[in-house]
Design a protein around this ligand. Structure first.
Ligand code: NAG
Ligand code: NAG
Length: 810
């Protein structure tokens, strides 16, 4: 503590005021602290103080000091606070008087109070809040609160500091009144996005020796400004979507971010394409950034899209990006088949690989979806050849035959390789035109037909039929007879064929006995150009009719002569008298002969073998039996109706020839015959006799010439069937045959001109017959050998009067 005492002694004229004294003390001295001794300072006696009842007089109510009368010391009675006493006034003093009585005297005392640094600077508020936009410019000022220090002088407020000093700087302005304005100046821009809140501390310090300070907090909230544009996460987005995807499909999501807050950070997405159709196909969700399909995507129209997208905040800042959308192909297009050229009619004889149709294929899809393969249905003789890209030609790959199939429905199917694959098809109808490539074909490889002999000419025998597989004119068949000859006669004189119908007609009547069958060819020819033909062999078989009666060969019925069989009277029962030999030129049943006894002189004596015509005795011959026995044998064939012939057999029952002659001289003649033919027989006999003599001469001379060759003639291979009278063979060696039969056959190589010779004593008993001459008994001619039997040459068939030759010669 510093004390300053200033004593001033006044001499008062009135003797009223005697002096004054002043002291100086620091404030805040402890109670009872000595300020000064007035007795000493004023030079007063202590006694006086006591007697004078010295006391302190002050106008103020407070008494900060007191007076000790005994010592004269002035002491601090109350704490003295300069700031209370004087506020900011300086100097600060206490004024009072010390009054003495007896006599009254008073003295002025002044105590000057000096300041000590007992007050720190202080702010009115502990905290101050600011809201500053981050867009605040550098240099922006913000006024801060001032601090107050109650102390004065050196102890008063001296300076401020602000921490941290990153963004702001403190600036003090001296006011004219001596106060200082405190301001905070923005030095570095604020960034809300970096630091949204700041706390700064403002400190005020005074100048006292022991420095004191006060602080205050400054809270700054940085307000957002639209200082950040939206930013897309990528500049370029890529997405793929298959074509024809459903509307509403999310293709991609674009994303932009904005560091700002609130509306400045609220992003809106838009599509900014203007001229293309993107806006009709895509839409972006304003808020989420999802790009959605709203239209139809067609790969075949557009394979990719470029979408320009804009992100904008509400402060008008934007960013843009691109979205590339690739459209993926799906197999949504069928292959299209177009016929470029086609023929609807082709000839069946076209060459292999003839192009029928050319088609072109198109599939709008790409890749495998557009890769097309074509094929035709397998059951056709056509195949597809791929000529150039997407061109196919339909060609024939095997031979066509209109007769097998005249029309084709060719289905061309094309399918792509997509999964699943799409296909389409067309059907081409192709007609095959006819070529005359089929000859007429007869229904059978050969024909056999039957016709009963003695037909009426013009009778239709049967019908041949040929068919031609071709069409129309090419299949119109006409029939014709192939020229040939049958037995040297042109076949056309036997049969004719109707060109249109194939009916075969007989031109003449046929005789089974003359011709049993014959063959000829019929040609069938179609109407094509050139025509095709084929032929067939027709065999006509002539069927027998019972048109010939049996012919009796033996016994021979001669005109006038008498022929009789001899039966000795000694003959036993069953003695073979003779055998009736007959033939029938018909065949089969018609030639199956049976023999019956029709009339007899004595029916009890003879019988005729039904089958073999043998005449046998059926009882012992007696002497009573007549020499002349006359038997009439009827020969019947088995035809329907049957035909028959009768023969008269004369039997002589005698042991000697003279007996026979005498008996036979009156043999009754068969007047039936003789009356009619006597004249002719005489004539014939004369001619025959003449011929006989002539021949005899010729034969004798020729025979000598020919005997060597007779052996060669015998070796001829042609069939010769000699006809033997039965007895000749059957009874040979039994010794019962009364006659000797001779025969000799000479013939030429031509069977139809065979010569026949009757020879020997019983020349009537021999018949020569050539079976190869179709059943016709030929005239016996005298060409190469001897004809020794001038009469009874038998010529059958055409002559119906065969019976005439059977007349007895008696
Ligand atoms: C071909 O098709 C047509 C029409 O569908 C039909 O009338 C005809 O019979 C078919 N032809 C063949 C050979 O299948
Ligand atoms: C009949 O046809 C055959 C072949 O089919 C042929 O060899 C023959 O000469 C033909 N005959 C006639 C008479 O045309």
């Amino acid at each position: 503590m510093r004390r300053q005492v200033t004593v001033t002694i006044f001499v008062l004229s009135l003797g009223f005021v005697f002096g004054q004294v002043s002291y100086s003390i620091p404030e805040e001295m402890a109670k009872g602290s000595l300020i000064g001794n007035i007795a000493h300072d004023l030079g007063l006696q202590i006694k006086r103080l006591t007697s004078g009842k010295a006391r302190i007089f002050t106008r103020d109510s407070d008494e900060y000091v007191e007076l000790n009368r005994e010592t004269g010391a002035i002491l601090v009675k109350e704490r003295i606070d300069r700031e209370t006493l004087c506020k900011k006034t300086t100097p600060c003093s206490l004024h009072f008087q010390i009054i003495l009585e007896n006599p009254i005297e008073f003295y002025s005392v002044t105590i000057q109070i000096t300041d000590i640094n007992d007050n720190a600077p202080s702010f009115e508020k502990r905290e101050k809040k600011f809201k500053i936009s981050e867009s605040a410019v550098i240099g922006a000022k913000f006024v801060l609160e001032r601090a107050v220090d109650l102390d004065v002088g050196i102890n008063d407020l001296k300076s401020y500091t602000l921490k941290p000093t990153e963004n702001f700087e403190l600036k003090l302005h001296n006011n004219p009144d001596g106060n200082k304005n405190v301001e905070m100046v923005l030095q570095k821009p604020l960034d809300r996005e970096k630091q949204q809140n700041m706390k700064l501390v403002l400190t005020a310090v005074d100048g006292g020796e022991l420095q004191m300070s006060g602080t205050m907090q400054i809270v700054i909230t940085v307000l957002d400004a639209n200082d950040n544009a939206p930013v897309f996460t990528q500049h370029i987005y890529k997405a793929t979507v298959t074509e024809n995807s459903a509307k509403g499909t999310v293709v991609a999501t674009v994303k932009a971010s904005d560091a700002d807050e609130g509306s400045y950070g609220k992003i809106t997405y838009t599509i900014t394409n203007t001229f293309d159709e993107v806006k009709n196909i895509f839409e972006v969700n304003q808020e989420s950034g999802e790009v959605i399909l709203i239209g139809n995507t067609d790969f075949e129209e557009s394979r990719s899209y470029q979408i320009h997208l804009l992100a904008s905040d509400e402060g008008g800042l934007t960013d843009s990006c691109k979205l590339f959308v690739d459209i993926q192909d799906t197999n949504d297009n069928n292959p299209q088949i177009k016929i470029m050229s086609k023929s609807t009619l082709i000839s069946e004889d076209v060459k292999l690989n003839t192009v029928v149709t050319v088609i072109s294929i198109e599939d709008k899809d790409s890749g495998k979806n557009g890769k097309v393969k074509c094929f035709v249905n397998e059951d056709t003789p056509f195949s597809l050849k791929s000529s150039a890209n997407d061109f196919y030609s339909l060609v024939t790959d095997s031979e066509l035959d209109r007769e097998t199939k005249a029309e084709f429905n060719i289905t061309v199917t094309c399918s792509d390789e997509g999964v699943p694959s799409l296909s389409s098809s067309i059907t081409l109808t192709l007609q095959i035109s006819d070529v005359n490539d089929n000859a007429p074909v007869f229904e059978r490889s050969s024909y056999e037909a039957y016709i009963v002999e003695n037909n009426t000419p013009g009778l239709s025998i049967f019908t041949v039929k040929a068919t031609d597989a071709d069409w129309n004119q090419n299949s119109r068949v006409s029939y014709m007879l192939e020229e040939s000859s049958v037995n040297g006669v042109p076949v056309s004189s036997y049969v004719s064929v109707s060109a249109d119908s194939g009916v075969i007609h007989a031109v003449r009547y046929f005789d089974y006995e003359q011709i049993k069958d014959f063959k000829f060819c019929i040609k069938a020819q179609d109407g094509g150009s050139p025509p095709l033909s084929s032929n067939v062999t027709v065999k006509i078989l002539i069927q027998d009719q019972n048109d010939n009666p049996p012919q009796v060969l033996y016994p021979v019925q001669t005109g006038g002569s008498m022929v009789a069989e001899m039966v000795p009277r000694s003959a036993d029962v069953g003695y073979l008298v003779t055998k009736v030999v007959a033939v029938d030129v018909d065949s089969g049943q018609n030639a199956w002969l049976s023999y019956k006894l029709q009339k007899a002189t004595d029916r009890a004596l003879f019988e005729v073998g039904l089958q073999n015509g043998e005449i046998r005795t059926i009882r012992q011959v007696t002497d009573k039996d007549a020499v002349k026995q006359r038997l009439t044998v009827i020969v019947e064939d088995n035809g329907q109706p049957s035909r028959s012939a009768t023969v008269i057999v004369n039997v002589a029952v005698a042991d000697s020839f003279p007996e026979v002659l005498s008996e036979f001289s009156d043999f009754p003649h068969d007047k039936e015959y003789n009356d009619n033919l006597t004249f002719y027989l005489v004539l014939a006999l004369a001619v025959v006799s003449f011929l006989f003599i002539t021949c005899l001469v010729v034969i004798i001379s020729v025979k000598i010439y020919r005997w060597r060759q007779s052996r060669i003639l015998y070796h001829s291979s042609l069939p010769v069937i000699p006809y033997y009278p039965p007895r000749y063979s059957e009874t040979l060696g039994t010794g019962t045959l009364p006659h000797v039969y001779n025969y000799e056959v000479c013939r030429t190589t031509d069977s139809r001109k065979s010569d026949t010779k009757f020879g020997g004593a019983g020349s009537q008993n021999v018949l020569l017959m050539n079976p190869s001459s179709t059943g016709t008994m030929q005239r016996i001619q005298n060409e190469k050998s001897i004809l020794d039997e001038p009469d009874s040459p038998l010529e059958f068939p055409p002559s119906p009067a065969a019976e005439a030759h059977m007349r007895p010669t008696l």
